[in-house]
Design a protein around this ligand. Structure first.
Ligand SMILES: [Zn+2]
Length: 489
């Protein structure tokens, strides 16, 4: 891989030295554009039994990058986007070429963890740098409290023009997510089977155009775009057929099938059904990627790209029978919580970082980069420290869910411990030797299990120390019916 590494001076230092997996792999991203899935598998441990250390690792000389203030911020969250289905992370189908292109100009994190496996707590944690349990988000009705200083509020106070475009109820005004946004567009909240990525990009570009006109480009902006198409129902898009259905396929699935209907048949799905389902899902990814590309093209056309910090993440992944289920929210396996995260720092250089980081780190990363105060009682730490060559304290990452199951998990290096709060039971995985998390080694490594369980409990307590006054949303009969139709209640 090192043969493909750029030979220009590079600016991103190792976040920390952790053998055997390389902290920073150079050239991987560029090679991923043209290489096969196999050639890129070093960066995608979930896709391969081979540890990343199989690849030669180029270490980088520290060369600090100064923040470029004022800088714009484009924060993109793609709902239900599985990391190992992205070509940007080495997937065999070219599902995300535009995100890969962005990553070639930024930092691709392979060990990023969302703090929850469903929308409200995950994006809530990202927007507050607090753990979901401290936000009190436990059910479909849980709302982000008004009292918190959310990312958009912080940047609005710092003089940014702030725009948000969302396409799902669970991150809408009614659920508390419009706090701090000058404009917050919800016209693309159209339900699970609607195709909305183009609408999200259109509204986002409109915000950028309006801001450019009003401010003549003098005022920095924050634009939050939330894309929903990869979320079920999965629709095949004509522009991205990925070979089309197999000529012999006469199975039970069709594009746009409602999740309830699909999930009811999950125990009978054949390998051919799963292949067809993958094609729909991959097509949704490619469609969304192209729409994100349109926003990036707009920034290049207006000359704003050079001064824009771009963050691309997924709120959680998606299950395709990896552990017997479809959808998301019910477990903390890697197909749900090991999410894509790409940060393009203006003036930075490409790098791949394998260390565990959290979406909870995004808020302090953004505030540090744009030179404004960190969030109050942030539980995340800035990723930009490492990008500037500063030492970043080795992190473990905490993730949790209280909906359907009451689970807490800790990722420390290659190990992941999951605690079932209801039963007190724990399972321990070594994700390096067991990337699909099938072998519980808690009995084989009791000391490690005990230590990590203690740490999980300490983090649970720490999160609860921060609990803010929370409210559950009272749903109108219509809203209740709509959520029921969508399969949430
Ligand atoms: Zn979601």
């Amino acid at each position: 891989m090192s043969a493909g590494a750029p030979d220009t001076a590079l600016s991103f230092a190792p976040a920390r030295q952790r053998a055997p997996r390389g902290t920073v792999l150079l050239g991987t991203i560029a090679a991923c554009f043209v290489a096969t899935f196999t050639a890129c598998s070093e960066a995608t441990p979930a896709n391969t039994a081979e540890p990343a250390s199989a690849s030669p690792i180029a270490r980088i000389q520290t060369q600090p990058v100064a923040p470029r203030a004022p800088s714009n911020v484009l924060l993109i969250v793609i709902d239900s986007l599985r990391k190992d289905r992205m070509s940007a992370y080495g997937y065999e189908r070219n599902t995300t070429p535009r995100i890969a292109e962005l990553a070639s100009d930024g930092v691709l994190y392979t060990g990023a963890v969302s703090q929850a496996p469903w929308t409200t707590p995950s994006i809530g944690s990202l927007m507050t740098s607090r753990y979901p349990s401290s936000l009190g988000i436990e059910t479909e009705r849980s709302v982000i409290p008004e009292s918190l200083d959310m990312l958009a509020e912080r940047l609005q106070d710092a003089g940014f023009a702030t725009g948000g475009v969302v396409s799902h109820t669970f991150c809408s005004t009614d659920w508390g997510f419009a706090q701090g946004f000058d404009s917050f567009d919800e016209s693309n909240i159209l339900g699970h089977d609607a195709v909305t990525s183009a609408g999200v990009s259109d509204r986002g570009i409109e915000f950028l155009e309006a801001n450019a006109e009003a401010e003549r480009g003098d005022r920095p902006w924050l634009l939050f775009l939330h894309y929903f198409d990869p979320h079920f129902a999965y629709n095949a898009h004509d522009a991205f057929p990925f070979g089309g259905p197999h000529p012999d396929y006469a199975g039970r699935l069709h594009s746009g099938m409602l999740f309830k209907e699909l999930n009811a048949q999950r125990d009978e799905l054949s390998p051919d059904d799963m292949t067809e389902l993958a094609r729909y899902y991959d097509s949704e990814l490619a469609h969304t990627d192209a729409e994100i590309g349109r926003v990036l093209d707009h920034l290049r056309a207006t000359g704003e790209y050079a001064s824009t910090l771009v963050v691309v993440a997924a709120d959680h992944g998606e299950e395709f029978l990896d552990h017997g289920r479809l959808g998301h929210a019910k477990t903390l396996y890697d197909e749900l919580v090991n999410v894509p995260l790409i940060v393009r720092y203006p003036g930075g250089a490409p790098a791949v970082i394998d260390d565990p980081v959290g979406l909870i780190d995004v808020y302090p990363t953004i505030t540090e980069f744009v030179g404004t105060a960190a969030p109050d009682r942030a539980r995340g730490t800035s990723l930009y420290d490492a990008a500037r060559g500063r030492h970043r304290t080795p992190a473990d990452v905490f993730t949790e869910t209280s909906r359907y199951a009451n689970l807490r998990a800790l990722i420390e290096g290659d190990h992941k411990l999951v605690l079932d709060v209801s039963t007190g039971g724990v399972v321990l995985f070594d994700r390096r030797t067991d990337p699909h998390e099938r072998i519980d080694i808690a009995r084989r490594e009791p000391q490690r299990a005990k230590r990590l369980a203690k740490r999980v409990r300490a983090l649970m307590e720490m999160a609860l120390e921060d609990v803010v006054q929370t409210t559950d949303r009272t749903l109108s009969p219509e809203e209740e019916e709509r959520l029921r139709q969508l399969g949430y209640l």
